[in-house]
Design a protein around this ligand. Structure first.
Ligand code: T4K
Length: 407
């Protein structure tokens, strides 16, 4: 490990990077290889690879039990799970969503020609502001799609009240919130239904995968039809469906990773505590906190860069990436500023000041089972050096950029 005492030690100043290999935000957590291979052998022996196989059924049962819901419908990824849930709820016209989320939340609506209407967030929680939601309601609004960003529950009761007042359907994108609770209850039990993502980069993964959970048996039955082309038995299609099925291999990964869930959470929790101890001590930085009275998965280490810090968020990210710390600017610049939506809402920014402010300040840092205390101490050392001067860091970066342009 190189010494990290002064600006001269930084990669943006020409020194070698702090880490020989990149540290990723979304490095997958992996459960027991042996257990996975046992499942893989069973799959080979059975020659049953997809279409509601025994492992998918076992996975759905375990998830439903774990989340305290009546029904869990496993799917091939979180985006398709969102699309199917939205369609099963018969949403149409306009649906209110945060702009400060992963683009899939908005796309799942737009893909079905439902207009995502972006409402602003609370800058402290990063979650939807119910009053902002209320302001965006029109006669065409049919639903609210809340996102439990970073695994912290959005204001469910207040959103429920708005939904009831205007007779809107309320569903949740809980992609970040597997294993998290609100008021002690698992987050999947809230609203008409909740959608999880089990993508490789999530702290709990099935390679690719997702699920919709609900207590509404009819809704679940409809989604089971929809994810299998609308087939009700052989040769009988009773619904215009799609292909949203989870494979047996994905379910095997899910079963293996469920057994390791406590380990994954413990690693994330430890990492979050080390980051918080070190970075909260630096003026201008604050690490988003999780409520320790709830169960959390601590999968996102979210740092906000305030005006007191002498470098901009983007300068910090560039400096970290030069050190092979692949920090991310999730979810900059907000969905409303992405190409498919920019033209829809050229003035959306005027209504989304908190979204703009938060999206400009956030850095998400590497965590997970592959990152330990010593890596985090090094990352914090880099932040400390950066906190000591703007002028130096900027000029070093400009120099680097000029070199790159010339080469
Ligand atoms: N709603 C919300 C709120 C979501 O956050 C997401 C997904 C969805 C809906 C949709 O769910 P899915 O359809 O994806 O199930 C990543 C993930 O692809 C995406 O699933 C996730 N949100 C989003 C927050 O993060 P990118 O574009 O940042 O991925 P990428 O390829 O840059 O990977 C992130 C980092 O992880 C990189 O440094 C590389 C590393 N990585 C990635 C993979 C796939 C690995 O080390 N190993 C791997 O296998 O979107």
């Amino acid at each position: 490990m190189k010494p990290l005492n002064s600006f001269a030690d930084l990669a943006i100043h020409g020194a070698p990077p702090a880490f020989a290999e990149p540290l990723h935000v979304g490095r997958p957590n992996l459960g027991s290889r042996e257990a996975f291979l046992r499942y893989a052998n069973e799959i080979f022996d059975r020659r049953w690879l997809s279409n509601n196989g025994p492992l998918v059924q076992a996975f759905e049962r375990r998830l439903a039990e774990f989340l305290g819901v009546k029904q869990c419908v496993a799917m091939c990824n979180g985006t398709i799970a969102l699309e199917i849930a939205i369609r099963a709820l018969e949403l149409q016209g306009e649906v209110i969503v945060p702009s400060y989320t992963f683009i899939a939340t908005a796309h799942a609506l737009q893909w079905q020609e439902i207009t995502p209407v972006f409402a602003d967030i609370d800058p402290h929680t990063h979650n939807l502001d119910p009053e902002a939601v209320r302001r965006m309601i029109t006669p065409r609004t049919t639903g609210i799609l809340g996102v439990h960003l970073w695994g912290r529950a959005c204001p469910v009761a207040a959103l429920q009240a708005v939904a009831e007042e205007y007779r809107l359907k309320l569903m949740f994108d809980a992609s970040h919130a597997f294993g998290c609770t609100q008021g002690g209850a698992p987050i999947g039990t809230l609203g008409e239904c909740a959608v999880f993502s089990f993508h490789a980069t999530k702290f709990f993964n099935t390679f690719e995968g997702g699920a919709v959970v609900t207590d509404n048996e009819d809704l679940a039955a409809k989604m089971r039809l929809m994810k299998n082309f609308g087939f009700s038995g052989y040769d009988n299609v009773i619904y215009p469906g799609t292909n949203g099925k989870m494979t047996e291999m994905a379910a095997a990964m899910g079963l293996v990773n469920l057994d390791a869930l406590d380990e994954f959470v413990a690693a994330n929790r430890r990492n979050h505590a080390v980051y918080a101890r070190r970075l909260n001590a630096i003026e201008g930085l604050s690490v988003l906190a999780y409520d320790d009275r709830e169960q959390n998965n601590y999968q996102y280490v979210v740092v906000e860069v305030g005006n007191e810090f002498p470098m901009s968020r983007d300068e910090i990210v560039r400096a970290l990436q030069a050190e092979n710390v692949l920090a991310r600017r999730y979810f900059w610049p907000g969905c409303h500023n992405m190409l498919p939506y920019r033209a829809f809402y050229p003035h959306a920014g005027l209504l989304l000041p908190n979204t703009a402010q938060v999206a400009d300040r956030v850095i998400v840092l590497p965590t997970g089972a592959t990152i330990g205390e010593s890596e985090i101490e090094t990352i914090a050392d880099i932040f400390e050096i950066l906190s000591r001067s703007k002028a130096f860091a900027s000029s070093a970066m400009n120099r680097q950029e000029r070199c790159r342009e010339l080469s």
